[in-house]
Design a protein around this ligand. Structure first.
Ligand SMILES: [Zn+2]
Length: 279
């Protein structure tokens, strides 16, 4: 069943594991991820970016596709359908109207005050629909150069002035492929965790080594976003398949040739995050 992410994230925070957010690009990715989550009895968050929503067809198409998969595949673990990096209040409202159960309002490009105002606008709307809201303040780098860190005082002010359900700090994490080995600011994370009650979210989870992942979960990270790594491994497998099978033209076969690569990685992440056997 589709639900918001409040209960699953609070449970994860209390029991010190992390819920995976896997970003989807199409029907197949959603299907592969749901199958493994069900097999491993892991709650899961399906993240969809504004670009992916546009690509798939629109907010309603995404919602109905996921609802259909949950029904047809008999998925019984909790699934949250989450707008990843909603860049405007309107984008979050569109997602909520279509039936998304969770949204992220990303006002990080605006001043702290503007960010607080737009986040509160989203929260007011989301509450009526029982939708959870995630937010961030400092821009999490799109290309890793390791210079963007959240300021503790800003985080505390932001959380005191909003009523968000989860918060994504910048602690040296980044989107995409890391240019250098990422070193997370664990001390900063520790301080944030000591001053903040709500579950914390790690963006850019692809490429962070297992040891650091285990440490950040202990320090209050209750949700980890994975996007790039699944894309890298899917495309690698599909490329090998196409080179080996020059005469194949059935798109079902071509797209599905990356299935095992995605499912293997999803399985490894769920076990690393400790979210298996939780339902
Ligand atoms: Zn992100």
């Amino acid at each position: 069943m589709l639900s918001n992410s409040i209960k699953m994230l609070n449970k994860a925070k209390n029991e010190k594991y992390a819920i995976p957010q896997f970003n989807i690009n199409n029907l197949e990715w959603a299907k592969y991820i749901l199958e493994i989550s069900q097999n491993l009895k892991s709650p899961v968050i399906l993240g969809v970016s504004e670009n992916a929503i546009k690509y798939i067809g629109g907010y309603n198409t995404v919602v109905n596709m996921i609802k259909g998969l949950i029904k047809d595949l008999n998925i019984t673990v909790p699934v949250s359908l989450h707008l990843d990096h909603g860049k405007s209040v309107q984008s979050c409202i569109n997602a909520i109207n279509a039936g998304f159960t969770s949204v992220m309002i990303d006002g990080s490009k605006f001043s702290l005050n503007e960010n607080i105002n737009m986040t509160n606008e989203v929260i007011k709307y989301a509450k009526e629909y029982n939708v959870s809201v995630e937010a961030e303040i400092e821009n999490i780098d799109d290309n890793y150069d390791n210079n963007s860190y959240s300021k503790l005082q800003d985080i505390i002010e932001f959380i005191n002035k909003t009523d968000i359900n989860s918060f994504a700090p910048s602690i040296g994490n980044a989107h995409g492929i890391y240019k250098n080995e990422p070193k997370l600011e664990l001390n900063l994370l520790k301080q944030i965790n000591e001053n903040v009650d709500i579950p914390l979210v790690l963006h850019g989870g692809s490429g962070i080594d297992d040891e650091q992942i285990k440490k950040v979960i202990k320090l209050g990270i209750s949700k980890i976003n994975i996007n790039t790594q699944l894309q890298v491994e899917w495309s690698k497998q599909v490329r090998i398949f196409l080179n080996k099978n020059k005469n194949v033209y059935d798109p079902k076969e071509i797209i599905n040739s990356g299935k095992d690569a995605i499912q293997k990685r999803v399985m490894e992440y769920i076990i690393l995050f400790g979210s298996n056997n939780k339902y």
